[in-house]
Structures are given as C-alpha cells and as structure tokens.
Design a binder for this molecule. Structure first.
Ligand code: AMP
Length: 393
C-alpha cells in the first residue's frame, strides 16, 4: 500500500481521531451479537494507546436517518470495549457538549468513543463544516474503517482535508491481502460469485474476467445466466433485463479463455420458506410453480472440485438461501471446499462472511473481509475514496 500508516507517524502526546467500523449487529435488547468488527479494530487502537496517543474513536452503526435513535446508540460498544480492558469513556453526542467535554478530558493512553456519526445527516453528505468540527478534536486522523472506505463521508474523506491522515492496521491488512491476490495471484485463480443480483455484480464479474482462470457462478444470479442459455427456471429469481448482459459476459469469458462454471442442478421449493415442499431438479430446467433455492448435489461436487484445484480463491455471495437451513447445503459445500483448499482463500465480507461464521469454517479461511460493499468495489477495481484521501508515503 502506498499510503502512510500509523507506523509512519509519531502520535505520542497527540490527540488522534480514529474512524473505526463498529457497525455491529445488535439484538432487541441491544446486546452485540457479533463482535468481529470490534476485535478487528483493536490492534490499531491498542497500538495508538501504547504509543501515548489520546484516542478519539468515531463510527456509524446502522441507518439512523440523521437523527438520534437509541436503537442505534454506540453505548453497548463502549461498554464492551471497557470489558475488553480499554480505558474508555463514552460521549453521549457526536460534536455536542458531551463530546467536547470528553475530548478535552481524554489523556494520553486513554480513549473516548463518540456517539453514532449518522445521528447527523451531515455525515453521509460529507458536509465540510461537520468534518471540520470533527477534525478540530484532534491533531491527526487515522482511518481504520474498511467497511466504509468505499464511501466519501465526512468522517472518511471530509476530515482528511483538515488533518494529516493515515491508515490503520485493518485497512492496511485488507488492502494488502486483497491487493496481492488480485495483482499477483497464485494460480489457478478461482472466483466464486453468488447472491441475488447480476446487476450488483456486473462490475465485479467484468473485472474478475480479466484475471481469473475459473469463474464459478451460483445463487439466484445463476438463473439469469441459465435463461441466457435458453433454460427454464420456473419461478426462480431472474433479472429479465440482464439476460442480454449475461450472454455478453459468457462471450467475454470465452474470449478471455476463462472457465465459466454454472450450476447443472438445483434444489427447488414450492414456496420461499424453510419448511415447504422441496425437490431436487437434476437439470437446469426447473418446472413451472417451483423456485430454485440452492445449487443441487452434482453442482456442489463440481464447484468443490474446481475450488480444490485452486491456489487462490475469492468468494462473494451465497450459493442459495442459506438463511433457511434446508437450503444452506450449497453455501456449506463452498465454505467447506475453501476451508479444505491448499490455497489463499479470501471471503469478501457481507453474507458469505456471515455464512462461513455461521457454518463454522471461519478459522480455516485465510482472510475474511470486514467490508462487504468495500471489498466488492475493490474487486471491481474501483478506487476506494476513504483510502484515496489518505496521505501518500
Ligand atoms: P447478495 O446481497 O446479492 O450477495 O445476496 C445475498 C442473498 O442472496 C442472501 O440473502 C440469499 O438468501 C440470497 N439468495 C441466494 N440464492 C438465492 C436463490 N436461489 N433465491 C433467492 N435468494 C437467493
């Protein structure tokens, strides 16, 4: 990475504003149900504290629509950080009296967490005044929020106009691992894409077709490709207006010599729910009245075999409706194949990261990105504004 990191600057005695990604899932009682993102931010925070910085943490959580909403308060995160041993206080607002007092009081070796940035609509609008006020709290800015690095918001891009700005360890690690995989992959390089929308992933497919040896497509996305091949898909999710595009992408794969692997069979359901009539369709001609919900047994074997041959695997998007246990087999098969592969294995955040966690394969994957949207944009070859805005080395 050609950006400065916290290892390139002296933070002793300085106030350091750190944008982290504490966008963690909470249950109805505001208990944190997955603290992966909190744990992922700790190396940067601890290093800054150890080096004598006074740390001011800021993050968003959920989509509170620009106003205070207790449901999206970061207070449970502050509580958890305290339990994890951090000397931390919590400010009850973002740029108001509580924040100002907490920032004035914070000493070297201590931290304060500001309230949810998105309680101000100015955050997502990248409002310069809001960014300037945030910046006025500190001497240096550190961005370690990979999950929002693809957004030019006040706390990711705006503040960099007013403070020296460097990357934290998490952003550094995410970019190093994924950058290396894309720039100089050990081959065969296999990409696995799933999920619902072809339209969301056109850019990724296009970019990956330039570099992979094999592209595997599963999930609801594959039905649009199946229609492009003239197949029948019953009631499955299809983007009719993307059928032509699917044809073009298949042609591009052929032109580039990429091995495009599509499903050959399916698990189908009568209704979109877990407990419903199910059939295995041993072809891609799904009968009328049935909906494809997961890849079938033969497809699971084929996908696993392709992954086993790989030296680099990148995966984004589930192979079926994995949230329903009856339709999680396809996603499980890919997760298992990745866990068993003798390869660098990378999961691009979002649903596939949740799936490997849920299915118990997470500790056997080389890298699970903390940012679904950000890693997708990275795989598309796009510049991430939150990274581009940081100071060059
Ligand atoms: P995405 O956000 O595009 O990665 O899509 C993730 C979602 O795709 C998950 O919620 C899955 O339940 C859903 N999904 C995967 N396969 C299917 C399918 N065959 N039919 C409907 N939804 C699917």
């Amino acid at each position: 990475m050609n950006k400065k990191t916290i290892d390139d600057i002296d933070v002793k005695g300085k106030k350091v504003l750190v944008r982290v990604d504490f966008n963690v899932p909470l249950d109805a009682d505001r208990n944190i149900t997955d603290e992966t993102r909190i744990k992922a931010a700790l190396p940067t925070i601890k290093t800054l504290l150890d080096r004598g910085a006074a740390v001011i943490l800021c993050s968003h959580l959920g989509r509170p629509k620009g106003e205070f909403n207790m449901k999206y308060s970061l207070e449970p995160v502050a509580k958890r950080l305290k339990e994890l041993g951090l000397p931390i206080t919590f400010a009850k607002d973002v740029i108001g009296e509580s924040a100002k007092a907490a920032v004035a009081a914070v000493k070297p070796g201590e931290a304060v967490l500001l309230e949810n940035l998105r309680f101000h609509k100015e955050e997502e609008k990248n409002d310069p005044e809001f960014a300037k006020t945030l910046a006025s709290f500190a001497d240096v800015f550190v961005n370690d929020a990979f999950g929002t690095a693809h957004r030019a918001h006040a706390s990711t891009e705006g503040v960099t106009h007013y403070l020296p700005a460097v990357a934290g360890y998490l952003i550094g690690k995410e970019l190093d691992v994924m950058g290396k995989a894309l720039e100089n992959p050990a081959r065969p390089f296999v990409a696995v894409l799933g999920g619902v929308k072809v339209s969301d992933k056109i850019g990724v497919i296009n970019n990956l077709l330039e570099m992979v040896d094999t592209l595997i497509i599963g999930g609801a996305m594959s039905y649009t490709f199946q229609r492009a091949k003239g197949g029948k898909v019953g009631n499955s999710v299809v983007e009719e207006d993307k059928i032509e595009l699917a044809k073009e992408l298949m042609q591009k794969a052929k032109d580039k010599g990429v091995n495009l692997v599509l499903p050959v069979d399916n698990e189908a359901a009568q209704e979109f729910k877990n407990d419903t009539m199910r059939i295995t369709v041993h072809s891609m001609d799904i009968p009328e009245g049935w909906e494809g919900m997961d890849i079938g047994p033969e497809t699971r074997k084929i996908f696993a075999r392709e992954i086993a041959k790989a030296k680099t695997v990148v995966w984004n998007g589930p192979m079926g409706v994995f949230e329903f246990p009856n339709f999680a087999e396809g996603t499980r098969a890919v997760a298992r194949a990745m866990a068993e592969a003798d390869a660098v294995t990378i999961i691009g955040g979002g649903d596939s990261a949740a799936a490997v966690e849920q299915l118990g394969f997470a500790d056997r994957i080389s890298h699970i990105s903390t940012g679904g949207g950000a890693s997708l944009e990275f795989l598309e070859g796009k510049v991430l504004p939150g990274v581009a805005a940081l100071n060059d080395k």
